[in-house]
Design a protein. Sequence first.
Length: 343
Amino acid sequence: MKFEVGDKVLVLHSNEEAEVVELINDKMVMVEIRGVKFPAYIDQLDFPYFKRFTEKKNPVQPKPKTYIDQIPAEKKDRKKQGEENLPEGGCSVRFLPVMDTDEFGDEVVETLKIYLVNHTRQPLKFQYKIFYNGKPDFTLDNEIDAGKEFYLHDIAFASLNDSPVFSFDFSLARPDKSKAPHLERNLKLKARQIFQRIEELQKKGDASFAYPLFDRYPDKLPEEEIPAPGSALKNGIRIYEAGKHRQHLPPPKYEVDLHIEKLEPDWQRLSNLEILTIQLREFEKWLDLAVAHHQHNLIVIHGVGTGKLKDEIHQILNSRREIKSYINQYDPRYGYGATEIFL
């Protein structure tokens, strides 16, 4: 190994000095620059000594004399140099492919290291789950500080064929009444998508790639105050109608038909992936509205077909905390082509 943990190195493409903080494998290391960690290939690094010896030193110019009456009064910065000064960059999941050489001498991806990146200004609590083929495999509850990264775990590259869903349930580590109590985000990736991203990495010489989860933590939905009865008003009690905001939402549906001809008139020109995307977007729209309207159940008609749409819907349901249960059984109206969801 060319480098060891603690070595000072030069990042060639940015000409910045960094420190090696972790050895990933014989071709990659984790480096840190001004508190930010990121992976780098060894051939993109060098020792900084040659740069220092070959730099042209600027001749030292004598400093002009400064007299006491020329020194301006010191301004006290009352702002704390803390989380409020961090740039707001959202939250994302970063994937670091770990390469190995097969028996033919070709480089192949063996595993993916997964990191949660918090570039917001708030420390966050999170519950992380990964599902394979709709079944939970790994769960983690923890916190991540503002401006930090958190290593989650490794997954085998081959496991991307098992339709993994990366599910996150966020909340603020320091509760804020003006912010939403929870924020859920799901990320579903396919092996083909990851392979394309890795090919792009190799062309650019980068070591990792990321998918955004959210740009900023959302505010709480506003509650509307209504006049209180006389006695309550005298006692200073304020009464809120929490469901008032539902008046501004589209009316709910208790039965949603996802057949593409009902959603898109010119559907014949669409690819299978585009059709599936439209159907899932429509499903999640009405599921979110059902939750907002406090419905007790929702029937979604997905048809039979190859079963792909049904499987995708069931994977989404498995990762949503609002779902009590769901059932796909024979019904004289739909056959096996519908799922009833209980909220």
